[in-house]
Design a protein around this ligand. Structure first.
Ligand code: NIG
Ligand code: FE
Length: 398
């Protein structure tokens, strides 16, 4: 593997926080990567020195001239539902004409996904992975949840595990139609054979704790069963209204509670006193025309905030982390450095990862080069494809 020196970086976001600068900004910087890891970060002026010292110990160094543009850590998208078949553009169109979002649409994707073969799902997933990599995402969490039988959930977990280490078992997404009259029968299935089949492919257990999906008590049962089986908890909560999701997540030591659109003061206080991350998913509010979560309220209270896409065919069919940053800045009261931190280091916290989400020696060489002089352009130029290059584990992928 050839080492790579990226030099002449105008603005480097390291996320090695300094007072008043969560992004740990270094100007006129250079980064050396080798064997898939970051080995050195420093001033561009020292790069030639490092180069000659390092060149003696390695077979060759590729030099990339960043031409004074911005480099930042690859985005860490800690919440997606990428394994599915079908299309729900008609629901989106109806919503834009005044209809409101209903979690009931999930059933349509479940039916299409069950009917699809592995290869069809694998090809669709590969296309989405290519799409998100090209926009700078280098770590992605993927949930099951559109199978809802033992066989189909296992298929989705297995396919997701082919492309990421961050697989989440979400058998408790909704009650499938064949169990409509038997909630407790479905919960027995999720907490028993389905969990057994999916756990070998999964790191996480999740549940959709919301009116119309699972109650607080049902959600607790699912999460505890997953934890007993060695999975770590994360929760969909407080998306459509206030509810028990946040308190439950914190009580069980979940890594993250996701959506957090409707929070009581008590929820905010609980989050602030915990190390559970609040993962905000503004693509959902954008695509369902709902009020955005109040990130300012959370950050001012001391809550750790992450941004993720929630990419799924129903409530947020976008894989664009730059769009999440633009929405967070424009609509949710976040500053640019806060939003960039939340889309990188925040996502890493939500996944309890220390090897991604920052640029410092020892971390994975996951980086994004922008065709712009500063990270501010991610929000300043919404919708414009300004990602010029992406490295994952030291190799260019986009
Ligand atoms: O995170 N909240 C539950 N699940 C998805 C929506 C899934 C769908 O509509 O297909 C979400 O928003
Ligand atoms: Fe989701």
């Amino acid at each position: 593997m050839t080492a790579t020196l990226i030099t002449n970086i105008g603005e480097l976001t390291t996320n090695v926080g300094a007072a008043g600068d969560p992004c740990g900004t270094v100007r006129d910087a250079a980064v050396l990567i080798d064997e898939g890891r970051i080995v050195w970060v420093g001033a561009a002026a020292e790069a030639s020195d490092v180069l000659s010292r390092f060149a003696r110990a390695t077979s060759g160094i590729r030099v990339v001239d960043a031409a004074r543009r911005a480099v930042l850590p690859g985005f860490v998208d800690a919440h997606t539902h990428l394994v599915f078949a079908g299309d729900r553009a008609d629901e989106f169109e109806a919503r834009m004409a005044g209809r409101s979002y209903s979690a009931g649409g999930i059933h349509r994707t479940v039916a299409a996904t069950r009917a699809a073969g592995d290869d069809e799902l694998r090809i669709r997933l590969a296309e989405l992975i290519r799409e998100l990599r090209g926009q700078g995402t280098t770590t992605v969490e993927i949930k099951t949840g559109y199978g809802l039988t033992v066989h189909d959930e296992e298929r989705l977990a297995r396919l997701a595990a082919e492309v990421t280490a961050e697989v989440t078992f979400l058998g408790a997404h909704v009650i499938p139609p064949e169990y409509a009259g038997d909630r407790s029968g479905y919960l027995d299935l999720v907490c028993g054979p389905m969990l057994e089949s999916c756990a070998p492919f999964s790191r996480w257990i999740d549940v959709f704790c919301e009116d119309g999906a699972f109650t607080g008590e049902e959600a607790r049962r699912v999460l505890e069963a997953g934890q007993r089986r060695g999975l770590a908890a994360r929760v969909h909560g407080n998306q459509l209204g206030e509810g028990p999701g946040v308190a439950l997540a914190i009580g069980l030591g979940a890594a993250s509670v996701d959506h957090c659109t409707f929070l009581s003061d008590a929820d905010v206080a609980l989050l602030a006193g915990s190390d559970t991350v609040a993962t905000l998913l503004p693509g959902v509010e954008f695509s369902t025309r709902q009020p955005y979560p109040d990130a300012r309220r959370l950050i001012d209270a001391g809550v750790t905030v992450a941004l993720a896409s929630d990419c799924n065919p129903g409530s947020s069919f976008t894989s664009s982390m730059p769009l999440m940053i633009a929405l967070a800045v424009r609509e949710m009261g976040m500053t640019v450095p806060e939003a960039v931190w939340a889309a990188t280091a925040g996502g890493a916290r939500a996944l309890r990862r220390q090897d991604v989400g920052g640029i410092s020696p020892g971390m994975r060489a996951d980086l994004v080069l922008l065709d712009a002089p500063s990270r501010t352009h991610l929000a300043y130029r919404p919708g414009v494809p300004i990602v010029a290059a992406v490295w994952k584990d030291g190799e260019t992928v986009g």
